[in-house]
Design a protein around this ligand. Sequence first.
Ligand code: BES
Ligand code: MN
Ligand code: MN
Length: 462
Amino acid sequence: MLSATRNHMSPSSWLNDNRKAAADELFEFLRIPSISARSEHKADVTRAADWLAEKLTSAGMTAEVLPTAGHPIVIGEWRGAGPKAPTYLVYGHYDVQPVEPLELWHSPPFEPQVRDGRIYARGSVDDKGQLYLHVKALQAHLAVNGKLPVNVILLAEGEEEVGSEHLSVFIEQHARRLACDGVIISDSSMFAPGLPSILFSLRGMTYLQIDVEGPGSDLHSGSYGGAVVNPATTLAHIIASFHDADRRVAVKGFYDKVVEWEGDVRSQIRALPFREEGFREEAGAPALGGEAGYSTLERIWTRPTLEVNGLLSGYTGEGAKTVLPSKAMAKVSCRLVPDQAPDEIAALVTDHVRRMAPPEVTVTVTPLSSGRPWRARLEGVLFEAGRRALKRAFGKEPVLAGEGGSIPVVGDFQRILGAPVLLMGFGLPGENAHAPDEWMAVENYEKGMLAASALWEELATG
Ligand code: BES
Ligand code: MN
Ligand code: MN
């Protein structure tokens, strides 16, 4: 009976027949609040790792949960294609972002709900849905054919949303086990609905905290103001010095290693179906603005930034309180493009802040996390197979798109394993990743499974 079904079915018809289970299982995964940033959720993060390992085992792979100094790494393997066959690694993350502000969610973040063809839940699109669709695609092949055409490693981490601190060392230490011919990642978005996309770039990042300390405690701003230097004013002054009137970053040396993009890439970017007005609306901003001389997509994909992510100082409660704050703090991050090095940029920004700091306060800069920028080689077996697989699942030739966000490990995969990386994501614009009401389109979850499944077939023939 089993072998008869095996002969008849294709992985894609298996996936069609098992859509309900694929949704139910994803919902179980989404119910685990695996917030990596919060220590009170440490056990939940581990529970999500264990849950995933269990599902990999039922899919027919071997699975292990490996501890790190932070959250665990899950490795699933299927090596039945033998040592002469190529090996591909699928990467994703099972951790999610915090959910605040909770009151803005229309349904609780960890109680997944389908509304208007969208799965609403924290982690639905970033990245549990996009990771789990790969598990189902692998399971489809193993269920129907009893094998895969290549060897497969699935690596899922639980620290992506906090900077993948322990992953590069892990990859270095396990480089032999993780050796592969290519890496496949679904942790990004399509350029538009119905338009499958392959990414040609990610920005890198370096994240810093700036602390300005003045008097030992808050002071009466009448008795002391004017005679004691104000840490909040000082921090504002430092922050104001980060950009010039053209909204370029004014940190010395910041642009020295920035590679200008080739004319043909810039014209490809201009050819994409992009409406500034639609983007503005989606952002909910009164108007768009950025570095002079570049279009919106160029600003996001090809140019580096320095952004203030958070600010804290003084009295911010109800009414007026006349106080001179004892300290001020800012969180600041730079998005980086090739060939900027995160550590070098961190050093340049730190120097800039130190030069701006007056002697009457203490200013410290603490690096928090970093990741290298990345650009794809848009050629080779994996890229071509990805292209064909997306076309089969969506009925449309994929477009090439850039990305302003970061996936810190991508540069490491390329550098440590020497493997090309294929980024084929199934999110959509407006998906609210990291925000209230995060969602993933049911259609993209299902077509994503079909694309992931087709990819294994394309890699067999490729
Ligand atoms: N999946 C995102 C990366 C991403 C963002 C892809 C936007 C496509 C569109 C990833 O989970 C993420 O949020 N990365 C962080 C990295 C940071 C925590 C080091 C980011 O970009 O802020
Ligand atoms: Mn992600
Ligand atoms: Mn994310």
